[in-house]
Ligand binder design. Structure first.
Ligand code: ADP
Ligand code: MG
Length: 234
């Protein structure tokens, strides 16, 4: 059996107080293991971002249990949860969230420095990553000089810089044209396979289905279908 990286066990998340309560996630159970790209597929408002946030330990469930690295997040001391988030989880967003005033290299190095690396070590590691993602030529550029697809590659470099085990990508292709989008999802898929990591992608884009090992369809905060794909090993 592959190691379980993250798990939701019968998780419900309700927002708001008595007056206007909204149930964003209802009785969701799912397990995420090493070496796979999982696609959470559902329309806007279906609860995808809430599920990702719960998986990353950024939100407490109203009921049920959220596990990270085989331990219940509710039992993590706050310091350990911060450490796990900084060192074992990487985040990728629709709008990249790069720092415009910093070069590509410094965007990546800064994330590593936050996680405790020395400046020199962080810069070396940033160069290595840019090289491995074939974007070393972008190293000195500012983000606003990059194409959308290049920006997302840099954001991926930043997310995987720490050697994170779990990469969480919220609508990572929504700002990209179709071709760039499929390059990005293929990059994430290859990363999951080659590095034996785990990538969870939330999207409403059906075109991503062919790149996923498992597709979990979400509607109204509930899982309506789980499907395993076996024909896309690389
Ligand atoms: P998706 O990412 O699939 O678009 P979300 O997880 O963002 O869906 O939202 C699911 C539902 O939960 C929506 O109805 C949304 O309005 C609601 N919701 C999400 N976050 C909050 C919040 N912080 N406070 C209140 N309601 C929220
Ligand atoms: Mg969302």
């Amino acid at each position: 059996m592959m190691e379980t990286i993250a798990e939701l066990a019968d998780v419900t998340k309700t927002f708001g107080t008595n007056g206007g309560r909204a149930c964003a996630v209802k009785n969701v159970s799912l397990q995420i293991t090493r070496g796979e790209l999982i696609l959470l597929l559902g329309p806007s408002g279906s609860g995808k971002t809430t599920i990702l946030t719960l998986l990353a330990g950024l939100l407490e469930p109203t009921s049920g249990h959220c596990m990270l690295f085989e331990e219940d997040i509710a039992k993590y001391p706050p310091e350990k949860l911060r450490e796990v988030r900084a060192n074992r989880i990487g985040f990728i967003f629709q709008n990249f969230l790069l720092i415009d005033a910093l070069s590509v290299r410094d965007n990546i190095a800064l994330a590593l420095q936050f996680a405790g690396r020395s400046r020199k070590n962080a810069l070396d590691q940033a160069q290595k990553l840019l090289h491995s993602l074939n974007i070393l030529s972008l190293s000195d550029k500012l983000p606003n000089k990059l194409s959308q697809g290049e920006k997302q590659r840099v954001a991926i470099a930043r997310a995987i810089a720490n050697n994170a085990d779990l990469i969480i990508a919220d609508e990572p292709t929504a700002s990209l044209e179709s071709k760039q989008g499929s390059e990005i999802i293929q990059l994430l898929h290859r990363f999951a396979k080659e590095q034996k990591k785990c990538v969870v992608v939330a999207s409403h884009d059906l075109r991503l289905v062919e790149f996923a090992d498992r597709v979990i369809r979400i509607e109204d905060g509930m899982i309506v279908e789980k499907r395993v794909r076996r024909d896309n090993d690389v």
